[in-house]
Design a binder for this molecule. Structure first.
Ligand code: GDP
Ligand code: MG
Length: 164
């Protein structure tokens, strides 16, 4: 079976944008199980000679800090259960948030699976400075991305396949 990669993170950081960049047109056909697949989309990505499944999580809109946190925790649980590699997505424009810290801690404490820290919305060189604070999450080197401009996708793919 192909390795599974799950993308988790707060709403609006750009998970779905990056997911679409990763899979191109290869959206997986998923069994229609109401309540089960509603909150995640599966796709297939290819990089060099490697092929893997990607899960985009957090599709359901949630409101309020508590509900957002609860929803990310559920995503993180799902990723820790189902994925071989977890991509934890953050946002350079927003900086490190409390929710980011909570999720980072949860992942750090609860799984031995490889975690890749990605920082999206690094749209220009000036924003590159904004990635340094993400080292504080304790998840290693952040990978700068811009889903909007298609920057860094190759670096992300490279980092992922290295973990298989
Ligand atoms: P998700 O909720 O994490 O899946 O985030 P989305 O992919 O839906 O993106 C949330 C918003 O951020 C949308 O308005 C996107 O257009 C915007 N966005 C995504 N990637 C980037 C990026 O690299 N730079 C900027 N400036 N905006 C982005
Ligand atoms: Mg989304």
């Amino acid at each position: 079976a192909k390795p599974v990669v799950a993308i988790v993170g707060r709403p609006n950081v750009g998970k779905s944008t990056i997911f679409n960049r990763m899979i191109g047109e290869r959206l997986a056909i998923v069994e229609d199980k109401p309540g089960v697949t509603r909150d995640r989309i599966y796709g297939t990505a290819e990089w060099l000679d490697k092929s893997f499944h990607v899960i985009d999580t957090g599709g359901i809109e949630v409101d309020g800090e508590d509900e957002i946190l609860r929803s990310i925790r559920v995503q993180a649980e799902l990723a820790m259960d189902e994925a071989d590699v977890i991509v934890f997505m953050t946002d350079a424009k927003a900086g490190v948030t409390t929710a980011d810290q909570e999720v980072a801690e949860l992942l750090y404490r609860r799984t031995d699976k490889p975690i890749i820290l990605a920082v999206n919305k690094v749209d220009n060189l000036k924003r590159r400075e904004d990635i340094y604070e993400f080292y504080n999450l304790g998840l290693g080197d952040p990978i700068p991305l811009s889903g909007a401009h298609g920057i860094g996708i190759g670096d992300l793919m490279e980092a992922i396949v290295k973990k298989f």
